[in-house]
Design a protein around this ligand. Structure first.
Ligand code: P1T
Length: 383
C-alpha cells in the first residue's frame, strides 16, 4: 500500500465489536487480568495501551520500522535513548540540533557520566574524526534546527556502523512524508510528535522507531522502567493527524519553498537557509534523501541589528510568535532567544546560531496572506 493509504488504514482498523470506523479511545489506566500472575496483551497503561499501540503501529509502517514507541514528548523519546547508555560512553552529535536536545546531552546525560562532542556533521569527515573507541551513539538532526543544515544519513550510518556505534536520526523537521532514515541505514528514528505528526498544535508527544527487534526490546525496557509514555488522548490526536501528514507536509513545503525564493531576492534579507534552494550547501544531499519537498521550515537572516530582528518577529500577525513548529498555523521565532536559549552563549556563537536568525514554520495558510504579513513586518523594522 502507498504511504498515504497506510497513514489512514494501518493501525486504524474498524472496531470489531461495534463496527466503529475510527478505533475507540482507550483511556483505561489498568486492565483486568485472566488470573493472578497471568497477563493478557494489556495489563497497565504504562506498559501498553491499545490507543498507543494503534499510533505506534501506523508510525512504524510509515517509517518502515519493525516497531515504534510513543513517549510523552520528543525529549522523553531522546532521553530514553541516552538512558540506554552507560557511564563512560560517548555521543557524537550534530551541531545544528534543537536547544532542548543540547541541554539533555550537556546538562543531564553528562550527570550519568556520558560525554558528548558536537560536530558539524554536514561534512562526514568531521564525524569520522570525532568518533572515539567509547562512541556508542551518533545523533544527527536533518534538516537541522534551526539552521536547516543537511546531513547525509547514508554516509553517517556507514561511518557509525564501521565504528560499532548506533545512528539515531531526529527526523522531526522532515517527517516520514519526506525522509525515511531507516531505509538509509539509520538504527533509530526520533520524532517530536508535537510537530508534523500531530500537525495541529494541540498535543505533546514523541516517538522512536527502529528496524531491529532487539533494539526495540531494549528501548521498551527503558521506556517501561522510566515511564515517559504518551497518553491515550495524545495518541488518538496524533493518529488523526497522521492521516493527513503527507498532504499537509507536501503543501506546506511548497509554500515554504516559494517563500524561501521570494525572501532570497528580498533587499532586506541577508541570507536564506532552506535546503530546497540551489545555493544551499546541502541541496544535493537533500535532493537524494528528501522526496516530495524540502520541508516547511525556513530560516533567514535580516539585514539589520538585534533590535530590528526582535521587532520583525514581534510584528507579524498570521505568523504567531511562538516556539514549536510543524502545524497548520504558521509560526515565527528568534532561535537565539527562544528555541535555542538553552545553549551556552559561546556554543550558540560557535555553531552559527546568531541573534539575527529568524525561523519560520510555514503552515497551511494561503501564500499570498503569509507574504502580505511578512511585507508588513519588513515595513515595520524600517519605521
Ligand atoms: O518539544 P518536544 O516534543 O519534547 O520535542 C523536542 C524536539 C526535538 N527535536 C526537534 C528537532 C525539535 O524541534 C523539538 C522541539 N522543538 C521546539 C519546541 C522548537 O521550537 O524548536
Amino acid at each position: 500500500m502507498h504511504f498515504r493509504t497506510r497513514a489512514i488504514h494501518v493501525g486504524n482498523e474498524h472496531c470489531p465489536q461495534t463496527g466503529a470506523v475510527v478505533p475507540p479511545l482507550y483511556l483505561a489506566s489498568t486492565f483486568v487480568q485472566p488470573g493472578a500472575g497471568e497477563w493478557g496483551e494489556f495489563d497497565y497503561s504504562r506498559s501498553g495501551n491499545p490507543t498507543r499501540k494503534a499510533f505506534e503501529t501506523t508510525l512504524a509502517s510509515l517509517e518502515g520500522g519493525c516497531g515504534a514507541l510513543a513517549f510523552a514528548s520528543g525529549m522523553a523519546a531522546t532521553h530514553c535513548v541516552t538512558a540506554m547508555l552507560r557511564a563512560g560512553d560517548h555521543i557524537v552529535a550534530g551541531s545544528d540540533i534543537y536547544g532542548g536536545t543540547y541541554r539533555l546531552f550537556h546538562k543531564v546525560a553528562n550527570r550519568a557520566g556520558i560525554t558528548v562532542s558536537l560536530v558539524d556533521t554536514t561534512n562526514p569527515a568531521n564525524l569520522e574524526q570525532a568518533i572515539t573507541p567509547a562512541t556508542k551513539l551518533v545523533w544527527i538532526e536533518t534538516p537541522g534546527n534551526p539552521r536547516l543544515s543537511i546531513t547525509d544519513i547514508a554516509a553517517s550510518a556507514e561511518i557509525a556502523h564501521r565504528h560499532g556505534a548506533l545512528l539515531g536520526v531526529d527526523s522531526t523537521f522532515a517527517s516520514p512524508a519526506l525522509t525515511r532514515p531507516l531505509e538509509l541505514g539509520a538504527d533509530i528514528v526520533m520524532h517530536s510528535a508535537t510537530k508534523y505528526l500531530g500537525g495541529h498544535s494541540d498535543l505533546l508527544g514523541g516517538a522512536l522507531v527502529v528496524r531491529d527487534q532487539k533494539l526495540r526490546d531494549e528501548l521498551y525496557f527503558v521506556q517501561n522502567a522510566t515511564g515517559g509514555v504518551m497518553g491515550p488522548w495524545e495518541c488518538f490526536l496524533a493518529s488523526r493527524g497522521m492521516k493527513t501528514l503527507e498532504l499537509r507536509v507536501r503543501e506546506q513545503s511548497k509554500t515554504a519553498h516559494r517563500l524561501a525564493e521570494w525572501l532570497a531576492a528580498h533587499p532586506q534579507v541577508n541570507r536564506v537557509l532552506y535546503p530546497g534552494l540551489q545555493a544551499h550547501p546541502g541541496h544535493a544531499v537533500a535532493c537524494r534523501q528528501m522526496d516530495g519537498g524540502f520541508g516547511a521550515m525556513l530560516t533567514f537572516e535580516l539585514r539589520g541589528d538585534f533590535q530590528q530582528t526582535k521587532k520583525f518577529v514581534q510584528s507579524t500577525k498570521l505568523f504567531g510568535l511562538a516556539v514549536s513548529l510543524g502545524a497548520v498555523e504558521s509560526l515565527i521565532e528568534q532561535p537565539a532567544s527562544m528555541s535555542h536559549a538553552s545553549y551556552d552563549a559561546a556554543d550558540r556563537a560557535k555553531h552559527g546560531i546568531s541573534d539575527g536568525l529568524i525561523r519560520l514554520s510555514v503552515g497551511l495558510e494561503a501564500i499570498e496572506d503569509l507574504q502580505d504579513d511578512l511585507v508588513e513586518a519588513f515595513a515595520k523594522v524600517t519605521e
